[in-house]
Design a binder for this molecule. Structure first.
Ligand SMILES: Nc1ncnc2c1ncn2[C@@H]1O[C@H](COP(=O)(O)OP(=O)(O)O)[C@@H](O)[C@H]1O
Ligand SMILES: Cc1cn([C@H]2C[C@H](O)[C@@H](COP(=O)(O)O)O2)c(=O)[nH]c1=O
Length: 201
């Protein structure tokens, strides 16, 4: 059995192919999950690497607001992961990668690499990121949907991330996996379905 409880179980190193996906809005504990799953590997001989997109400028590694960190390799494309014989590959902020990078994940799975992926599923307009759609089309072994506390009504049911510019919902249409910087240009609130402001249809 190669599946894992994506919240609390470390990645197992038993033989087998599997893809585990952790999705949810900002502040929902995706980084916390990755850290709890991947951190034990540094004490093993398992060849592993955690990748983040160069588009992610907030920090240099996976860091959780609750504490904890993972060393990451920043890349423009996941193709680099094919260059070495890794047994476990983790991808953080997958929504910042391109749809083509999902084909790399497929190749890794085909060679027997264990892959764990985390990222936001729904963008600032409440739409599924194309990269996440392609990832789900691979048929992951597990998908863990995490929830945050809604920063408006305080219900523990936030599914969305409201992006605010000068305090107002930012709803402009952006291209593909264009990343929004977390450098103070925008502020981010976890919101439940009722409190999330969508673009007019
Ligand atoms: N609105 C919120 N909802 C839930 N947790 C929050 C919220 N704001 C801050 N936190 C803190 O953030 C932690 C999760 O942060 P993090 O692992 O960085 O999440 P993510 O990677 O999904 O953005 C929680 O354990 C909690 O301590
Ligand atoms: C909603 C949304 C967010 N982003 C960016 C902003 C942050 O840098 C990351 C998410 O960080 P997390 O706390 O680790 O979840 O994603 C984005 O690029 N596009 C969006 O729509």
């Amino acid at each position: 059995m190669t599946t894992i409880d994506a919240v609390s179980q470390p990645v197992r190193t038993v033989p087998g192919v599997s893809l585990d996906v952790v999705l949810g809005p900002m502040k929902s504990g995706k980084s916390l999950s990755l850290i709890s799953m991947l951190s034990p590997l540094q004490f093993t001989r398992v060849r592993h690497r955690v990748y983040q997109s160069e588009r992610h400028v907030r920090d240099t590694g996976v860091t959780s607001r609750s504490g904890g960190a993972l060393v990451t390799t920043k890349v423009t494309s996941l193709r680099e992961a094919l260059a070495e014989p890794l047994e476990v590959v983790a991808v953080d902020e997958v929504h910042m990668f391109d749809v083509d990078d999902v084909a790399v994940i497929e190749q890794l799975l085909a060679r027997g690499t264990r892959v764990v992926v985390a990222g936001i599923d729904l963008d600032h307009r409440g739409e599924l990121f194309a990269t996440v759609r392609a990832l789900l089309e691979l048929g992951p072994d597990t998908v863990s949907y995490r929830r945050a506390v809604c920063d408006r009504c305080r219900d523990f049911s936030a599914t969305h991330t409201q992006v605010l510019r000068s305090g107002e919902p930012f709803l402009e249409h952006l291209g593909g996996s264009e990343a929004l910087p977390d450098d103070g240009t925008f502020s981010y609130e976890a919101r439940c379905r009722s409190c999330f402001v969508r673009p007019a249809r």
